[in-house]
Design a protein around this ligand. Structure first.
Ligand code: PXG
Length: 287
């Protein structure tokens, strides 16, 4: 069966799901999005994702033409229409079609798009053996430019970082902020274990405040670990006992090498493995 795509309150066959070439989402990356997951028919932290979507929209002066409750319903409806239980959900809100000029006042009708798909998981051996990553030369967006806390459709900054990663034979890359401090990866947040404590760059390091990041911090604290949000740099990763990344797509994935430095003993560490187990339990029982 052809997948159905939600656009502005209606479901379309994939081949009929279209937006205008004059949409400012296409012309300028003018819009916002979310990447969400459903486990066994339940969407993980949907309300948090919807809240972040509306906050991102506010950040770029975009009014989403439906309420948060309607958005929650629309996501669940689209999932049900596609008979998906384990799924990846992409919510996109564009500025809408307008004239060939930057001015958003010349646009009409923001497009609310919901695409659901099967999850494309990283190969299981990567979760077992861990990732090798590099640091990208591309700097994470300055917070006074497009703030990294906004999940905008303009992801070129991260795409440049991703290209650097793949050219180096890696799947992810660390990105530093404009001060040279550790920010995050191109599509994941970063954590290290040091002295048995868990450290992650603070929100003011210029990061997307990941929903997986928040969930992992919560469950780590509940398991008795101290979790510290602070300013960090590359050396914190090189000398860490353990390192892992979090994100909706990646979930929780170990990192065993960064810029040629072996992290810990080069294998996923015990705290990473414990948190990964706890995360998988959480997504099965959580809202
Ligand atoms: N940092 C960045 C820059 C992200 O884009 C995360 C961290 C993790 O946030 P969550 O809320 O997912 O824990 C992200 C989000 C994809 C894809 O399709 C994934 C993201 C972004 C864009 C696309 O794999 N990750």
């Amino acid at each position: 069966m052809d997948p159905k795509v939600y656009i502005n309150g209606k479901l379309f066959e994939k081949s009929e799901a279209k937006v205008s070439v004059f949409d400012h989402g296409l012309l300028y990356g003018d819009g916002v999005f979310e990447g969400i997951r459903a486990y066994s028919g339940r969407v993980f932290r949907l309300r948090e994702h919807v809240d972040r979507l509306y906050e991102s929209a506010k950040g770029i002066h975009l009014t989403i033409p439906m309420s948060r409750e309607q958005m929650v319903d629309a996501v669940n409806q689209t999932l049900a229409a596609n008979n998906l239980v384990d799924a990846y959900i992409r919510v996109v809100v564009t500025r809408g079609a307008g004239s060939l000029g930057l001015d958003p006042r010349k646009t009409t009708d923001p497009q609310v798009i919901i695409i659901t798909d099967k999850i494309a998981l990283y190969p299981p051996e990567l979760y077992e053996h861990g990732l090798k990553i590099i640091t990208a030369a591309t700097t994470r967006n300055h917070p006074n430019a497009v703030n990294p806390r906004i999940k905008s459709l303009n992801y070129l900054n991260n795409i440049m970082g991703k290209i650097e990663a793949t050219q180096a034979g890696c799947l992810e890359a660390l990105m530093l902020n404009h001060k040279g401090e550790l920010a995050e990866c191109t599509g994941d947040n970063v954590f290290v274990v040091q002295g048995g404590r868990i450290h992650t760059p603070s929100a003011d390091s210029g990061i997307l405040e990941g929903i997986t990041r928040a969930a992992v911090m919560e469950l780590a604290r509940a398991a008795g670990y101290e979790v510290i949000e602070r300013t960090m740099d590359r050396l914190d990763v090189f000398k860490a006992e353990e390192c892992f990344l979090t994100g909706t797509a990646a979930e929780l994935i170990p990192v065993v090498e960064c810029d040629g430095r072996v992290i810990g003993d080069g294998r996923p560490g015990p705290i990473t493995r414990e948190l990964s187990k706890r995360f998988h339990a959480l997504v099965r029982e959580d809202r």
